[in-house]
Design a binder for this molecule. Structure first.
Ligand code: SF4
Length: 237
């Protein structure tokens, strides 16, 4: 569905003050089956998934299975499928970890994490999102400096569709309050100071005083996998 830049600006102003359920309902009514939720089963994604259970129980749910997620993450995905009768689509890279090691050398993430994320995350997501007009993501402005200006709705030039971040204005505390209020299953690693959880080789627990995402690509200049880079959040049609 095409949106003019003015329309996206108008929607952003409206959604900035709107509650996430209202934004999600608008998205479900606007895009129907051409809407997908993309989640890595971190807290914000769990909140949106739970909100969507009532609004759109058959919405497409996509998750990136890089092949090197934590066992706890795989277990959490299976638990949500079982407990909430969901069908979750795993987006997998073209190569297994072993095949990637043969092509690019072992442990590519330690030598060229940008290429590794491109092969295992960005490209599989791009392939999947060609089938949708809009996608919902769980990014929030309080997660990192790179996300401070994230729009609630924007044209995503990287994936050529509309990107929605209905919880962009929420805080970490608001998300956890919701999770506990509804007793939602979450990744037990969060209780061991893994505040942001990605692939196992690129994630560590954070120490007191560190930013939540400091445990991602620790010791490297990289802070984002590339899916949510700021330049993709343009408000244009
Ligand atoms: S987070 Fe690490 S292991 Fe996962 S795709 Fe990116 S570089 Fe590779």
């Amino acid at each position: 569905m095409p949106h003019t830049p003015d329309h996206l600006t108008e929607l952003n102003q409206q959604f900035e003050r709107g509650d996430p359920q209202t934004i999600l309902r608008w998205a479900v009514e606007t895009y129907g089956e051409r809407l997908a939720l993309v989640t890595s089963f971190q807290p914000t994604g769990l909140v949106m998934l739970h909100m969507l259970l009532e609004l759109a129980p058959r919405i497409s749910i996509l998750t990136l299975d890089t092949g090197v997620l934590f066992p706890e993450t795989y277990a959490l995905i299976e638990r949500w499928e079982r407990d909430f009768d969901l069908m979750i689509t795993r987006l997998r890279p073209a190569q297994t970890i072993e095949q990637q090691a043969e092509t690019h050398g072992a442990a590519l993430w330690s030598r060229d994490p940008d290429l590794c994320c491109q092969l295992r995350k960005t490209i599989p997501l791009a392939d999947a999102l060609r089938g949708y007009d809009a996608w919902i993501t769980g990014i929030r402005r309080d997660q990192a400096e790179t996300r401070r200006t994230s729009a609630v709705i924007a044209w995503d030039s990287k994936y050529n569709n509309v990107k929605l971040a209905p919880l962009a204005t929420w805080t970490e505390d608001m998300v956890w309050t919701y999770i506990h209020a509804y007793n939602l299953p979450y990744n037990p690693l969060h209780d061991q100071r893994y505040f942001s959880i990605g692939c196992q080789p690129c994630t560590r627990a954070v120490t007191p005083g560190e930013e939540g995402r400091a445990g991602r690509w620790s010791g490297q200049a990289k802070t984002e996998c590339g899916i949510h880079l700021a330049e993709t959040m343009e408000t244009k049609a």
